[in-house]
Design a protein around this ligand. Structure first.
Ligand code: ADP
Ligand code: MG
Length: 578
């Protein structure tokens, strides 16, 4: 091309492409899933933008994805009639690693020294879909025109450090991605991707539920027949070319549950989340009655890298009568359930509902209340019946769930029951509050905890001494979010939660407590001069110097008053972490 400009990929992109091209990974057919998924995303985007700008649909094109294979040229093209890309978008989306996901992938690769086998698993997890085309193609050509704009562009690359960009011709909106396929190499995972049955199989496997038709032109011989239905002897069969739709497009949650296989659910999950790994848990809920809706909800196997970033998208996909109306609906679940992925399909929502109206819509509030309860029940059941799986879940998402203790008053009790903490009972195991209570000696009246920076730090704290001496268990609240828990959890099962780092502690039976108090009173008189002296020296720094029974080995310790922030909370607030 004469008027093509040459660009250099970002260093990280080059590095990534290089790995992609040389990957020993054999599941290379996933490239088609990734490109179809991008095509489907692009049509979704078009549909959403067209809600406020109908002119984008002016060219009258159907919303569809089309596969076109050329056996002689050995090319495969994926066409879509989606939103398309303008020049800047091409450069940003296909040329640079603007997405934090890709950077996270590279970090992970470097950190773990991942082998080629591990690469495949990581590719999907961090969403580097488009580049997977280079696993099966020597060259990739993208011709695209953004809906509503006049100019089309061609992007071209062999994946070795550079790409070119040039003006192109394209009559309608959308994107066509042409792959110059590598030679067939069954052992290396490169099948003949120009074969109809190969494409058909891959689409069925990974993309059957895509919302738009994935079409492919097939040739069929038509034989003329006589009145008896016998082929006419001297007439040559005619070749008929017709469209075949390769995917069923059937929403997976509308099919009878007994018919849907685990693999199909997993593929659907991967399609909507761009995750590579199968989910940890799949939950289906259905409400019938005054309001009708269906939910298909997944717990991912691993927390995504942006789970704790404030601005990251979250929320379930919202469908109204089987049409997706919102990709990330934040109103369907409280924020501390943001780790859940999936779909809610309501029969009662209007298709053109606005975001603002959605927030106040009573269907949505009802779905939310109902769904949260179901999810809490499911987690409770998991905690009771599949404790190992629950621990894995807790390790990944417990921190998020804990946020709810501070603000989800309707479900506080259910959330409390799900909490797990390390404790002095068995440093290697987590305990629920209920098991803690079950272990409490009869004369122990409160639940004790200590907050701190790490388990190590709290385990060595002099605050624990008296509790250890009495064999009273202490919970270790050592995550930043535990400060929220400590601030909002006053009581569990009728027992007060009491910080061992605050206030005066008197342990033991009433009789013992009385004795200790008496002893302190006497000693305070005996040592009153000494106490006054220490107090006068420390006056600027502490509120009060007093004798205590809480220490057994250390001579002194610093405690907060009942209503003080804990040192850990102060530290976090100073760092601006809360
Ligand atoms: P992801 O889909 O996770 O964002 P990809 O590597 O698959 O990552 O795609 C990168 C970006 O390129 C997409 O986010 C999108 O902006 C753009 N893109 C890719 N394919 C298409 C397409 N067919 N139509 C429009 N934009 C596309
Ligand atoms: Mg993608």
């Amino acid at each position: 091309m004469s008027n093509a400009e040459t660009f250099t990929f970002q260093a990280e992109t080059t590095q990534l492409l290089d790995m992609m091209i040389h990957a020993l990974y054999t599941n290379k057919d996933i490239f088609l899933r990734e490109l179809i998924s991008n095509a489907s995303d692009a049509i979704d985007k078009l549909r959403f933008e067209a809600l406020t700008n109908a002119a984008l649909l002016a060219d009258g094109e159907e919303m569809e994805i089309r596969l076109e294979a050329d056996k002689t040229a050995r090319t495969l093209t994926i066409h879509d009639t989606g939103i398309g890309m303008n020049r800047d978008e091409l450069i940003n989306n296909l040329g640079t690693i603007a997405k934090s996901g890709t950077r996270a992938l590279l970090d992970e690769l470097q950190k773990e020294g991942k082998t080629a086998e591990g690469l495949g698993e990581l590719i999907g997890r961090f969403g580097v879909g488009f580049y997977s085309a280079f696993m099966v193609a020597d060259q990739v050509v993208v011709v695209t025109r953004r809906a509503g704009e006049d100019n089309a562009y061609q992007w071209e690359s062999t994946g070795s450090g550079q790409y070119t960009l040039a003006p192109a011709e394209r009559a309608t909106r959308g994107t066509s991605i042409t792959l110059k396929l590598k030679d067939v190499d069954q052992d290396g995972g490169i099948e003949d991707f120009t074969e109809e049955w190969v494409l058909s199989r891959i689409v069925k496997r990974y993309s059957d539920f895509v919302n738009y038709p994935i079409k492919h032109k097939v040739e069929r011989e038509e034989i003329e027949r006589d009145d008896q239905g016998q082929p006419k002897p001297d007439v040559q069969p005619t070749i008929v070319v017709e469209d075949k739709t390769l995917n069923s497009m059937k929403p997976i949650w509308t099919r009878p549950q007994s018919e849907v296989t685990e693999e199909e659910l997993n593929e659907f999950y991967k399609h909507i989340t761009h995750d590579w790994e199968a989910p940890m848990k799949t939950m289906t809920f259905k409400a019938e009655g005054r309001f009708e809706f269906q939910c298909l909800v997944f717990i991912p196997s691993r927390a995504p890298f942006d789970l704790h970033y404030y601005g990251a998208d979250y929320g379930l996909q919202l469908y109204a009568q089987r049409v997706m109306i919102m990709e990330h609906c934040e109103d369907l679940l409280p924020r501390h359930f943001r780790f859940l992925k999936g779909v809610v399909d309501s029969a009662d929502l209007p298709l053109n509902i606005s975001r603002q109206r959605l927030q106040q819509d009573r269907h949505i509030t009802q779905i939310r209340t109902w769904l949260v309860r179901r999810v809490l029940d499911a987690l409770k059941a998991m905690q009771q019946d599949e404790s190992e799986a629950y621990l894995k879940f807790w390790e990944q998402f417990g921190r998020v769930l804990k946020e709810g203790i501070g603000n989800d008053f309707d479900n506080k009790e259910a959330l409390e029951a799900l909490l797990m903490f390390p404790s002095s009972n068995d440093p290697e195991q987590l305990t629920t509050l209920q098991s803690y209570v079950d272990r409490m000696p009869e004369e122990q009246s409160d639940i004790y905890y200590l907050t701190g920076e790490s388990r190590r730090a709290v385990e060595n704290s002099p605050h624990l001494e008296a509790f250890q001496a009495k064999n009273y268990e202490v919970l270790y609240l050592v995550e930043p979010v535990d400060e929220i828990v400590a601030q909002s959890l006053f009581e569990f099962s009728g027992k007060k939660l009491q910080s061992v780092g605050k206030g005066a502690v008197q342990l033991g039976s009433d009789e013992e407590k009385e004795k200790a108090e008496q002893a302190i009173k006497e000693q305070t008189e005996t040592y009153s001069n000494l106490m006054e002296l220490i107090q006068s020296k420390l006056d600027e720094h502490v509120k009060e110097v007093r004798l205590s029974t809480r220490l057994t080995a250390s001579p002194v310790c610093l405690v907060g008053s009942d209503f003080d922030y804990s040192p850990q909370l102060e530290r976090l607030m100073r760092q601006g972490n809360l």
